[in-house]
Design a protein around this ligand. Structure first.
Ligand code: IMP
Ligand code: MG
Length: 182
């Protein structure tokens, strides 16, 4: 399929599943060489978006590792405080662990900054971010992700775990918004 329709918007195919798989294998090779001497690294996926990337990435990881998932809950502030976030679901003790935070996409960087801040307070040995996609034009923070499979322009995308209002996560290719000027 070259185009898909989700809710009120049309998306056109921009990155094929084959391109994604090749880029993921390359980033996995870098992680393999950086972590093979380290003791049982822990991959922490950020739900919902990271589930497909996590699956494909781990198929290429060749050292002993553990896998866990967290979720960010966002709440609308009742007054002027704006968004309040909370990290839920990390049941493991991550003290002295080598943590690899696995994300679907890094856009402004606010989410990974928040999550690495929370995790660092628990005293891991180190934390690195591995993301499927990175939008460098949108990034506003000081610590760009160490590992990313592909960098992409500032366009809204769906597929391979990423959604538009919860739809589109199931597609194996990445689709870019086609009608964002409508
Ligand atoms: P950040 O906090 O601005 O870096 O945004 C990261 C989060 O926003 C990701 O984990 C996604 O959930 C969401 N996001 C950012 N860009 C896109 C996109 O193009 N498509 C779908 N979700 C996106
Ligand atoms: Mg996300």
């Amino acid at each position: 399929m070259d185009t898909i329709r989700l809710h009120d918007k049309t998306f056109r195919r921009s990155i094929s599943c084959e391109q994604l798989q090749k880029a993921i294998a390359e980033v996995a090779a870098r992680i393999n060489s950086d972590y093979r001497e380290k003791r049982t690294p822990l991959f922490v996926g950020v739900l919902n978006g990271s589930f497909m990337f996590m699956g494909e990435l781990l198929r290429h990881i060749s050292f002993d590792c553990e896998v866990s998932f967290v979720k960010i809950a966002s709440y609308s502030g009742t007054a002027t405080t704006g968004r309040v976030r909370e990290l839920i679901g990390l049941s493991q003790d991550i003290r002295s662990r080598h943590v690899i935070l696995v994300e679907d996409i890094v856009d402004t960087g606010a989410s990974i900054e928040y999550m690495t801040g929370v995790l660092k307070k628990q005293g891991p040995a180190d934390i690195a971010v591995a993301t499927l996609l990175f939008k460098p034009e949108c990034y506003r923070k000081q610590m760009p992700p160490k590992y990313y499979a592909l960098s992409i322009p500032d366009k809204f995308i769906v597929g391979f775990g990423l959604d538009y209002d919860q739809l589109g996560r199931n597609y194996k290719d990445i689709y870019e918004i086609a009608d964002d000027h409508e």
